[in-house]
Each structure stands twice: as C-alpha cells, then as structure tokens.
Design a protein around this ligand. Structure first.
Ligand SMILES: Nc1nc2c(ncn2[C@@H]2O[C@H](COP(=O)(O)OP(=O)(O)OP(=O)(O)O)[C@@H](O)[C@H]2O)c(=O)[nH]1
Length: 451
C-alpha cells in the first residue's frame, strides 16, 4: 500500500498496481454527516453548526431536551433503509425491522451485564428511558455501516527521536492521499523502519535526508550500517527476546481531552500510555496514531456530544442524536502505515471487535489491499478494573513507577479501585462493553461500580 512516488502538496501520487483507484461510494442518507468526517476538525465547523442548529442546547431543561431529541430521533428513524442487516456477528441480536423505524430484538453481546447496566445506568431518566433501547439498536447498526475505507497510500515525511526516561520511541509523521491529516507512528526498536522514509527524494542533499530523519544515501546499500546519531539504537538492552509471532501493535485514535489534558471522561490517555509501556517492555512494536478525534467526528462535535451526554445520554446515543455514526473511524491509513513499516503479522492491542475486523481487512476485496495478519488480539484491561478474580492493589501509583512511563497518567491517581462511586471513565467503559461489543469484563471485585 505504500506509494511508489512521493506525495507532494496534495498531488495524487501514482498508486501501486495492486491498489486500483476507487471512488468512495456515498454513505447512506442517515449517515450523511459521516461523509464529512474525513476532513479536519476545522473544516467541520461551519457544516456541523448548520446541521446541528435544531439540537436542544444543554441549557434547556431535561424534559424539553428529551422530547426534542426524541422527535429528531423519530425523524431519523424514518430515513433508515428497510431491513438493514448488520454485518457484524457481535451485534447479531440487534436489527432494525422496517422503515416504520420499529425495533425488534436488541440483545447486546453480554446480555446479563448489559441488562443490569442499561437499566440502572444508561437510562438515567424515565423520559429518556424509552429512547435508550431504540437508540442502542441503531447504534449497533451505525457502528458497522457506512464505512468508507478506500485504499490509502502513505508516505513517511519525517522521523524523529522521542526520548522517555526509560527508552526512546521514533515518531514518524505520514502524509496520505485520502485526507489532509498527519497520521503518526510511534515505533520502538530500530528493527522497524519505514520504506517510504528511506526512499531518495528528487534533488535532496544528504543534509536534507538527515533533517527528515532518513539514513545517509550511502548507508542504504548496507542495511545494518549505523553511521549517524539518528540511527543509533538507544534502546539496546531492552527485552527484545520475545519469540511470539507478530509485532505488538496498537492502533490508537486521537483524543485531545483524554491524552493531552488527562480527562477522566474516557480511558484514552490510559490506553495510550499502557500501549507504550507494553511495547517498551516487549522491546519493539508500533503505535499507529490516527487523527480521528472523537471517533472521527472531530473535537468540535465531540465536545457537543459531551453536552448531550450531560443531559443523560451515553457516548453512543450522543453521537447518534447529533446525526453522527456511533463510530465513524476507518483504518485504511493504519493498514498502509503498517505495511510501510514492514509489519504484516501483528498482535493487536485492543478490546474492540469492529476494529479487529476492519484492520484485518477482507482478503478478497481489492480495496483492502494486502491482507494484514492479526496473529493475536491482546486485551487492554483497564488497570482499575483489573481481573475479575483478583483483588486490585490500592497502590496503582506504585505500578506506574515500576514500568517507567508514568508521567502520562496523572488521572490514574483519581481512579481508585476502592472507590465507592462510579467514575465517568467507568460509565464510558460500560458503554463500550454494552453498546459497542467491546471485549471487556466489568470488575466484579467492585460491586459498587455496577450497583
Ligand atoms: N464521539 C465521542 N468520541 C469519544 C468520546 N470519548 C472518547 N472518544 C474518542 O474515542 C476514540 C477512542 O475510542 P475507544 O472506543 O475509546 O477505543 P477503541 O480505540 O475503539 O478501542 P480499543 O482499541 O479497545 O481501545 C478517540 O478518538 C476518542 O477521542 C465521546 O464521548 N464521544
């Protein structure tokens, strides 16, 4: 999937022969907003404001908000095609019956837990309650439909060392031919390198190459020659003796709130730090960091969704009520980046079944390009949920220190497993479990979270 020619200033590069050019087909009407989701956050502003002008403001009373949202939902239901069939086996229990917008069957993947959780937590007020099951079934449909995952060509523009107290990652910045976003890859261990970064550019000097983090042209002939500071392996001594098949990979989506300002509304900051910790511990691996803020609705829309959540809805419902898909992310760029890095067999750090399916691609589909072989799915258990059989250690802070990368986790200190009230991060996780089919187990050690 990597490009044959450099991508310059938005010009379309020549595509690799095995990846024919295909125009993305338009998304269905009920996902029309999602069609704009590949643009920058800024690009979304004007369009989104227009689209959402009818949405009740957070300042409205709950009652008014609920009935107004209910009306909008009803009208959207009418636009959903007849007999929409879900493609994902995780959501087999849920399907939409007809253009009357009636729902039949809404079993969620973990029905025991979800019934409990849905009734107690996800239906916060009697006014909103009747909407909850309807919305959740639409959510399961929207998660897996309307994806526009045309083949993506990528080219690494630059590589730079990012030191941490206990080791160094190399950060690669990519351009691609599908959106204007700067997708990234954080690579640990010098055995993983980018083909497109090393490819000579027309007219560039050795200094140009050095500045963009490529090896000197002369060293390209002898693979292992390490003649510059850029190429010194700063991570020598790390446990690189892993014999498992497949590179440890995390495909992570941008979350300004969770990662940059350590919000506890979600677990994104924790997951990024945990992925870095696990990869560093293993000795080599990749975090592909996709600029798909807010499950690709952009920060502006995510913040509006927060306000809708504050009216009593969960993350999935809030997206749908704002006329966005529950999850509008695509993973073509991630597949292309991994291929550029020479990583074709992976052990994927995730709990998200839809992500696994999309990353893997469809071997028979030309638009999916090369088949990415997921050797193993490695769960990312939130540390404060822990194993349901274990009693959690109250000394979470101690665990962070043990593995080095601790500065990312200030919020962790607020997530005390012994707490008696459920945090917003717990609610976020429970929504992922019950509404999006994530492979998570709620902590039975802390009954307070679910009661
Ligand atoms: N729309 C929306 N997006 C959110 C919200 N909270 C976090 N996100 C985004 O969700 C994305 C992360 O997705 P998650 O569902 O947490 O995790 P995942 O990557 O699908 O699954 P894992 O691989 O198991 O971590 C990031 O892009 C966040 O910005 C929210 O309330 N609303």
């Amino acid at each position: 999937m990597a490009v044959q020619e450099p991508i310059q200033n938005g010009a379309q590069p020549a595509r690799a022969a095995k990846l024919p050019t295909t125009s993305p087909s338009p998304p269905p009407a009920y996902l029309d907003t999602a069609a704009n989701n590949n643009d920058n956050d800024n690009d979304q502003t004007a369009e989104s404001s227009k689209k959402d002008s009818g949405i009740s403001s957070p300042a409205d009373s709950d009652q008014n908000s609920s009935s107004s949202l209910a009306k909008q939902l009803e009208s959207r239901l009418r636009n959903i095609p007849d007999d929409l069939v879900l493609r994902d086996e995780y959501y087999q229990g849920a399907y939409l019956r007809s253009n009357k917008g009636l729902l039949s069957g809404s079993d969620t993947p973990t029905s025991g837990v979800s019934t409990l959780v849905e009734s107690r937590l996800l239906s916060p007020s009697p006014t909103i309650a009747p909407l909850a099951s309807t919305i959740s079934a639409i959510a399961t449909a929207s998660i897996s439909n309307g994806k526009n995952d045309a083949p993506v060509n990528v080219e690494a523009q630059v590589r730079a060392r990012i030191p941490f107290p206990e080791g160094e990652f190399n950060l690669y910045l990519y351009k691609n031919d599908q959106d204007t976003k700067e997708h990234l890859a954080l690579v640990f261990g010098n055995r993983i390198t980018s083909k497109s970064l090393e490819r000579p550019r027309k007219g560039e000097s050795e200094m140009d190459r050095k500045i963009r983090g490529a090896k000197p042209r002369s060293s390209n002939n002898s693979e292992n020659q390490e003649t510059t500071t850029t190429n010194v392996d700063h991570n020598v001594g790390y446990n690189d003796t892993n014999t498992k098949t497949g590179t440890l990979v995390r495909i992570h989506s941008e979350c300004f709130t969770g990662e940059t300002v350590s919000s506890v509304r979600c677990d994104c900051g924790y997951q990024l730090a945990e992925a870095m910790r696990l990869i560093r511990k293993e000795g080599h691996g990749v975090i592909v960091y996709l600029r798909q803020e807010g499950r690709n609705i952009g920060l502006l829309e995510k913040l509006k969704a927060y306000n809708v959540q504050d009216m009593g809805h969960n993350t999935v419902e809030a997206n749908l009520l704002l006329n966005h898909p529950a999850d509008g992310r695509t993973y073509g760029a991630a597949r292309a980046i991994l291929e550029d890095l020479g990583v074709t067999e992976i052990r994927l750090l995730t709990n998200n079944p839809d992500k696994i399916k999309q990353i893997k691609g469809d071997a028979s589909s030309p638009s999916d390009g090369d088949y990415l072989d997921i050797k193993e799915h490695v769960p990312m258990v939130p540390k404060w949920w822990g194993s349901s059989k274990e009693t959690p250690s109250p000394e979470i802070e101690g665990e962070e220190v043990e593995d080095g990368i601790k500065s990312h986790l200030p919020f962790h200190r607020q997530l005390n497993p012994q707490k008696s009230v459920m945090t917003e991060a717990d609610r976020y996780l429970i929504t992922k479990l019950t509404q999006m089919g994530h492979m998570l187990e709620p902590p039975t050690h802390s009954s307070s979270i679910l009661s």
